[in-house]
Design a protein around this ligand. Structure first.
Ligand code: RP5
Length: 164
């Protein structure tokens, strides 16, 4: 199975990023986690991105806050899918990171999730790997089925309490 890279701009992003890590581990996806910054360690970030495909990665998750150009910088240096997590780490409540991450010009895409949306970032990466891995596809479907059952059980409970 291809690996997923989980990159964060600072270790201060880790409380948010941990949800992506735990989700990927739940699906037994091999991961590599790094702290690389587009502005503090630009050479290391570039080196990792350039070599990611030949090093066995299938997708790259990049989490960053403030003027968050980490995902864009990675996308500039690889044709692997890059998923951006805007992190709420500033006085602007993550809106700065959201706009910095999502507003990529045509040609260099970053698939951007919600502010602090680390679980969905992991799920998109898993969905990408599932295109060529049927057991992952089955596990994703099983999780969806379970979510449906959970909501239907809640519906029954609420309906039983309030409907006459
Ligand atoms: C961004 O700046 C990081 O991704 C982090 O969200 C934010 C603050 O970084 P630290 O000053 O906490 O290292 O580059």
């Amino acid at each position: 199975m291809k690996k997923v890279a989980v990159i964060m701009g600072s270790d201060s992003d880790l409380p948010v990023v941990e949800k992506a890590i735990t989700t990927l581990k739940e699906y037994d996806v091999p991961i590599e986690v790094h702290v690389y910054s587009a502005h503090r360690t630009p050479e290391q970030a570039r080196e990792f991105a350039i070599n990611a495909r030949k090093n066995g990665f299938g997708a790259i998750i990049c989490a960053a806050g403030k003027a968050a150009h980490l995902a864009g910088a990675f996308a500039a240096n690889t044709t692997l899918p890059v998923i951006g997590i805007p992190v709420k780490s500033s006085t602007l409540d993550g809106l700065d990171a959201l706009l910095s991450t999502v507003q990529m010009p045509a040609g260099i895409p970053v698939a951007t999730v919600a502010i602090d949306g680390a679980a969905n970032a992991a799920l998109i990466a898993i969905e990408i790997l599932s295109v060529s891995d049927e057991s992952l596809a089955d596990r994703l479907q099983a999780a969806r089925n379970k979510a449906t059952e959970t909501v239907l059980a809640k519906d029954s409970a609420v309906a039983a309490k309030y409907n006459s």
